[in-house]
Write a protein that binds this ligand. Structure first.
Ligand code: GFB
Length: 316
């Protein structure tokens, strides 16, 4: 006959809860985060029953929620309905499942495009809801803003420790390198790769003058792990280098790292999007004054190497 202790041991092993689940765990943002469970497109989180089952089956202690329908300027302009529906459903379901299954800490990803278009710069955590987002990506922006509202409401009613982060333009391995709908960096890396291979001009949208603050995905992962352990405020926290770079400068670096010597064409009939969206990272820096960001030069080099090595299998 088994002793009580043995039975208990078996029981403890059986009920052990995974410490951390990352939704969107195989994507640009989620893949560099260390965790016990990563979920990807095999779970359609737009569906409340599937989302509920995922939480019921795994019962994680903490959740980092990265899953989203994302894209660059093209994706946001071409797929407005999908960007709204998918994101509002995914966020609503995930945050509700966190409540239902007693998740101790949730870190939820917003994005700098949540901010109003017509607002005094720099962007700070206090300015999210002070006006309309830019017309190019308002469905995505409003859906993400609602995650901030849901978190605030749940904190007030259910006393949960859920927080959110606002990264600026993230880039790195595992991104979607789609030519039409991807973010600017992966799209331009892919375009440059094809132009070099096929000896055709490298075509860039817009004037090259817009400014962006790029942040490398591994830096976002490190900061998010810190947020999970240490940041407990209701107000979101901006994850940013607060260093603006023009699209023209990004193109110069891509051309250098890919050793492209062909013709560059600036397509001025294509959109520039928002001209700039400079953010204030002083809250982050007040917590982590010694944090060293990866330079755009190094991050681009790593991203390009990853893309070339994984060309056949990457998302594109
Ligand atoms: O990454 P991106 O598409 O989005 O960057 P946003 C757009 C900027 O890059 C514009 C220029 O100034 C474009 O004119 N650009 C040049 C290109 N060539 C290309 C190209 O081939 N593809 C793309 N995509 N852009 C994002 C949101 O807005 O902001 C995301 O779309 C996210 O959802 C992020 O919220 C923070 O920076 O305009």
């Amino acid at each position: 006959m088994k002793s009580n202790m043995e039975i208990l041991d078996v029981g403890e092993v059986h009920v052990k809860r995974p410490s951390l689940m990352v939704t969107g765990g195989n994507g640009l943002v989620g893949s560099p985060i260390k965790c016990d469970i990563r979920t990807g497109s095999e779970f359609d989180l737009r569906n409340p029953h599937i989302c509920d089952k995922l939480f019921q089956n795994n019962k994680p202690i903490n959740v980092i929620h990265c899953a989203a329908k994302v894209g660059g300027l093209g994706g946001n302009m071409n797929l407005k309905g999908e960007f709204f529906y998918d994101n509002i459903m995914i966020n609503t379901n995930v945050i509700e499942s966190c409540r239902k299954y007693g998740i101790q800490k949730l870190v939820c990803f917003l994005s700098t495009c949540v901010f109003p278009d017509n607002i005094e710069y720099p962007l700070t955590e206090k300015k999210i809801h002070l006006g309309e987002p830019h017309t190019s990506n308002y469905p995505y922006a409003y859906a993400k803003r609602m995650a901030d509202i849901q978190i605030r409401a749940y904190r007030e009613q259910y006393n949960v420790n859920y927080v959110s982060v606002i990264p600026t333009n993230i880039y790195g391995p595992q991104d979607n390198f789609n030519l039409e709908n991807g973010h600017v960096i992966p799209s331009l890396i892919h375009k440059c790769y094809l132009s070099k291979k096929n000896n055709t001009p490298f075509r860039i949208w817009g004037s090259g003058k817009p400014l962006r603050e790029f942040i490398y995905s591994e830096d976002v992962a490190k900061l998010t792990e810190w947020v999970l352990e240490n940041y407990n405020e209701e107000e979101p926290i901006i994850l940013s280098t607060s260093e603006e770079v023009s699209i023209k400068d990004v193109v110069k670096l891509i051309v250098k790292h890919m050793d492209f010597k062909g013709e560059i064409i600036w397509e001025d009939d294509k959109p520039d999007g928002q001209f700039r969206k400079p953010s204030d990272n002083s809250k982050l820096m007040s917590y982590l004054p010694d944090f060293k960001f990866t330079s755009l030069d190094d991050g681009l080099k790593k991203t390009i190497n990853w893309f070339v090595t994984n060309y056949e299998s990457c998302r594109k």
